[in-house]
Design a protein around this ligand. Structure first.
Ligand code: DAH
Length: 365
């Protein structure tokens, strides 16, 4: 028994002297391992007489448990000490600026389309869609374009090879030149009344600072039994003032011609020229010249167009309007060159793009 007590004292001091996890593990192996000291003593039990074996065996078991417990608590103490040392030496400079993280931006065209959905959605318009590849009938004929109209010529429009599975004007495929074709498709497929807006890519054979072969348009259509020119004026005046966030933006309706409307109008908004040559939307102060710029086309849908879609013009009437989305965007955000919209330059996007978390209709979602 005195041997066992002496052994315990010895092992305890060895454990306390172990200052690293590796040293502690060495002690554990020399004491409790297969060839360890306590293990060796256990093996001697076989040669003892039963009485002695009982007392020594019990004492050895107690010793084994106590030593295992001591090793465990020393291990804990070493871990805590290591952590304390790290905490004392390592510092974190929370004033350092973060590393720049690349984040995506919303393209200005997408941003404007969302703004328009918000404005027209609030007025009760629903979003309709149509194909980019159209045929001559939907793009021109149904919209009352006369046969020799220049837009039907090769140099203005991108024509595709004829689709031999269809006949006549429907076999003549082209990239739509305006989103007005969606009016036709929507009226053919649905029963009146109609109150829709449509967004999409449109194509024309043009390229300069204000024209690209592909651009975006928005089309609107409102047909019911008692929709008048007064509704057209109210709706579009509210729209431009809301889009440009200018309650007193001057709006002018000027007679114009589009084959698919009668009467037709172009809508102008007022601006003034700044001394630096730039422009500022809004009413001209007294003594300054009020300038006007065209922003969209509109009119009362031509009875022929309604007839072409199977809608009775004696029962239904209403208005349509169309506009270029790039133009609206360039004006609102001061982007000077249309071509830059489609050059996929991420520096341009980083400058003119929008934060994905700051979408126009977030509050409505
Ligand atoms: N489709 C015309 C264009 O591309 C725009 C337009 C004008 C649409 C008058 C309309 C409208 O619906 O009534 O220039």
């Amino acid at each position: 028994m005195t041997d066992i007590n002496a052994l315990k004292t010895e092992i305890t001091s060895e454990i306390e002297a172990a200052r690293t996890p590796a040293a502690l593990d060495d002690v554990r192996v020399t004491v409790l391992g297969k060839k360890g000291r306590i293990t060796a003593l256990m093996k001697t039990l076989g040669g003892m007489d039963p009485e002695e074996r009982k007392t020594v065996g019990a004492a050895l078991n107690v010793l084994k448990d106590e030593i295992a417990e001591l090793i465990k608590s020393q291990e804990k103490a070493l871990k805590k000490q290591a952590l304390d040392e790290r905490l004392a030496t390592e510092t974190l400079d929370v004033t350092l600026s973060t590393r720049p993280e690349r984040s995506g931006k919303i393209h200005p065209i997408s941003q404007t389309m969302e703004e328009l959905v918000g404005i027209f959605g609030a007025m009760g318009f629903q979003v309709a869609e149509g194909p980019d590849i159209e045929d001559d009938w939907h793009n021109f004929t149904a919209l009352n374009f006369p046969p020799g109209h220049p837009a039907r010529e090769m140099q203005d429009t991108f024509f595709l090879p004829e689709d031999l599975s269809e006949e006549g004007e429907r076999a003549k495929k082209l990239l739509r030149t305006h989103t007005s074709a969606v009016q036709i498709r929507h009226m053919q497929e649905h029963e009146p009344p109609y109150k829709i807006v449509c967004f999409g890519r449109t194509y024309r054979s043009d390229y300069d600072m204000t024209h690209t072969p592909m651009f975006h348009q928005m089309e609107g259509l409102y047909i019911d039994k008692n929709v008048t020119m007064a509704h057209l004026k109210g709706c579009l005046t509210d729209f431009v003032r809301s889009y440009f966030k200018l309650d007193d933006l001057p709006v002018r309706f000027r007679p114009s011609f589009f084959p698919f409307v009668e009467p037709g109008a172009e809508v102008d908004i007022g601006y003034i020229k700044k001394p630096d040559g730039g422009i500022k939307l809004g009413k001209a102060p007294d003594g300054e010249e009020q300038k006007w710029m065209e922003i969209l086309g509109a009119g009362m849908v031509h009875p022929n167009v309604l007839k072409n879609c199977g809608v009775d013009p004696d029962e239904y009437q209403g208005f349509a309007f169309g506009m270029g989305i790039e133009r609206l965007t360039m004006l609102k955000y001061g982007i000077p060159d249309l071509r830059t919209f489609f050059e996929c330059d991420t520096r341009w996007l980083a400058h003119y793009g929008f934060d994905p978390l700051d979408r126009p209709n977030n509050a409505m979602r």
